[in-house]
Design a protein around this ligand. Structure first.
Ligand code: G6P
Length: 613
């Protein structure tokens, strides 16, 4: 969701900005633009609705632009449709200041009225343009002419969330950056520096970076970066080093990031689990999740959005089953308004791949304020959620580029199993022997997922058969229902086929009316005690014309005769089955999307990191 990049140095800024924008594409966007300060002292803005390729064409058509400082943006529309005019950057006042923005300015209407009354003319419907004019207005009327102070004054008048990049003709080699509740990093190079929404946009030029925190403002010049706090006082920031390789953010011979990331799951699971298994015990050294804390928790809350929520729903079932403690998984955007009952000893597990999802962050802050101990399962190191949580359990999935998550989801499940295993041990529901056995099952999981991936060709074949269905239903009970939710989301988000996940026993209470000849139903059955019940539900749909693909546990003993195809999973403890059953269904979604010529890695309207509420 909206990406920001900025460069100031000695080389031509344009190709660097364009490469940076390409690296941010995965966040999701519908338009793109750049602002460059030319050597002739002009502020050139080029922007367009559509893909970055369209922007590149416009840049090329604009002829030689000699510039070493500029900002770029990919926009995911919130205020105003995707259009050239609404694309960023936006110019302020008489065109000497350009602004790119990620987030939402909540009081934009009030600011717009105020600025219109002062004679400013708006050229877009965006909330961002108010910031551009506000900065221009404050700058024009400032007595000290200090652009940093002006930006600080401007953000003090703004309500909402933002990451901002500002360039001004007055300071042709300088970028001002500011943030509140939206991510922004500053890449530190040799004789050049960058700003960006995330590391993927800077890693081609430098591995050293600073994370800008809320309410801070930075001045970025080719040879220095100065950071100020909310009061305009200069502060020192920790310089960090990117730990992963550029190759991790490249396709490495695969056609799409999604299939590469599906295939990487055994490694992601292994890297998440293995460092936390020591001598037959699950050990959390890093996150303050002590046995005392776990033993005393009366309620475990799990919050997340999208696939992270689905991982949480699996986690809820695993935790309640293994630990016999009340556990609820809830949509982060609803959690906040449900007036949840949170007691000081409660444990709140916050799940987020990006660590920047606005709703998840807000829900976490609420749980924390109510006294719960918050532990974040996060993939992006040093992201906001990771830094604000009381403790963090990183999923070591590596950078995930495809918008539709696969390996990060699988790593989240692994992290939840780790918590569940230790929680059960701390609460006396597993003795040392059982705990050791559970650890051994976790250690074996990467190999089982690897084995599950062998169904790749079978899923590719099924995709050729079923890519033309108007609607697909995923059915399961218990853990299989939780896995079905994620399977259904995968299919609809990348193939645009309508699909629904249903608790197998619930379908007959209404939705079965949608089953007709040829409807595809994917049934999941990995829980031994539920096999017969699920078979009955399969019969209910096949007798109404549905064609069923069954994803079956290794020991499935039910009657398969009603199913058109059966995909058998490797043998695995039933409690961990969600890690296996999702794999064929990720592959099915992927190959169906490929068959339908969909933009697999960048599905329409979706954003990887949703930084607005
Ligand atoms: C977006 C993405 C989903 C993701 C969700 C939560 O909607 O498209 O794939 O599951 O956000 O993201 P998070 O980064 O918090 O896991």
């Amino acid at each position: 969701m909206c990406g920001i990049v900025g460069f100031t140095g000695r080389e031509n800024a344009l190709p660097i900005l364009i490469k940076g924008l390409h690296a941010l594409e995965y966040r999701g966007y519908d338009s793109a633009g750049i602002a460059a300060i030319t050597k002739e002292g002009e502020l050139r803005v080029i922007k367009t609705r559509g893909r970055i390729e369209a922007l590149e064409k416009k840049v090329l058509a604009a002829g030689d632009i000699d510039c070493t400082c500029g900002i770029g943006h990919t926009r995911w529309a919130t205020h105003g449709e995707p259009s050239d005019a609404n694309s960023h950057p936006h110019l302020g006042g008489d065109g000497k200041i350009a602004v790119v923005h990620n987030g939402i300015i909540e009081n934009y209407l009030e600011l717009r009225e105020h600025l219109t009354a002062r004679g400013y003319v708006f050229h877009s419907e965006t909330d961002t343009e108010t910031v551009a004019h506000l900065i221009a207005d404050l700058h024009k009327n400032s007595t000290d002419g200090d652009i940093v102070r002006t930006v600080l004054r401007a953000i003090h008048r703004v309500r909402g969330s933002y990451a901002l990049g500002v360039v001004s003709l007055d300071r042709p080699d300088e970028i001002i950056a500011a943030r509140r509740d939206n991510p922004l990093v500053i890449g530190l190079g040799e004789g050049e520096n960058m700003i960006a929404s995330d590391i993927t946009a800077i890693i081609r030029r430098t591995r050293k970076y600073i994370i800008l925190d809320d309410n801070e403002v930075a001045v970025v010049r080719p040879d220095e970066v100065i950071v100020y706090n909310n009061f305009g006082e200069r502060i020192e920031k920790e310089v960090r080093t990117v730990t992963w390789d550029l190759s991790a953010a490249e396709k490495g011979g695969y056609e799409h990031f999604m299939i590469k990331e599906i295939m990487e799951q055994p490694r992601a699971i292994s890297d998440t689990i293995r460092p936390r298994l020591k001598d037959g015990e699950i050990v959390f050294e890093e996150n303050g999740l002590t046995d005392d804390r776990m033993a005393n928790a009366k309620h475990v809350h799990i919050i997340g959005c999208g696939s992270a929520l689905h991982a949480g729903i699996v986690g809820q079932r695993v935790i309640e089953s293994l630990c016999r403690v009340r556990c609820t998984a809830r949509v982060a955007s609803e959690f906040r308004y449900e007036n949840p009952i949170i007691e000081p000893d409660d444990l709140c597990i916050v799940i987020s791949q990006s660590g920047e999802t606005a709703d998840t962050l807000a829900a976490m802050r609420q749980a924390k304020a109510a006294g719960a101990f918050t532990v974040a399962i996060v993939n992006v190191v040093s992201s906001t959620i990771a830094r604000e949580a009381d403790g963090v359990l990183y999923t070591w999935a590596g950078p995930e580029i495809s918008v539709a998550t696969t390996k990060a989801y699988s790593a989240q499940l692994s992290a939840l199993y780790l918590i569940a295993g230790r929680l059960a041990f701390a609460r006396g529901l597993m003795d040392a022997e059982q705990h050791k056995a559970f650890c051994a099952s976790l250690a074996a999981l990467p190999d089982l997922v690897q084995k599950t991936l062998e169904c790749k060709e079978q899923m590719q074949f099924l995709a050729t058969r079923y890519n033309n269905r108007a609607s697909v239903f995923f059915l399961g009970r218990g853990l299989d229902y939780a896995a079905a939710m994620e399977a259904s989301l995968k299919l609809k988000e990348i193939s645009y086929i309508h699909s629904e996940a249903y608790a197998a026993g619930e379908l007959k209470h209404g939705t079965i009316s949608l089953i007709e000849d040829g409807t595809l139903v994917v049934a999941l059955a990995t829980q031994h005690e539920l096999y017969e019940k699920t078979v009955s539900n399969i019969r209910e749909v096949t007798s109404r014309g549905a064609e069923v693909i069954l994803i079956a546990g290794a020991d499935f003993t039910g009657d398969e005769s009603a199913c058109r195809y059966v995909v058998r999973l490797p043998e695995c403890p039933a409690i961990l089955s969600a890690s296996l059953s999702i794999v064929p269904l990720q592959l099915l979604a992927y190959y169906i999307a490929v068959e339908r010529s969909c933009d697999v890695d960048k599905p329409r309207n979706l954003a990887k990191s949703v930084t607005v509420e």
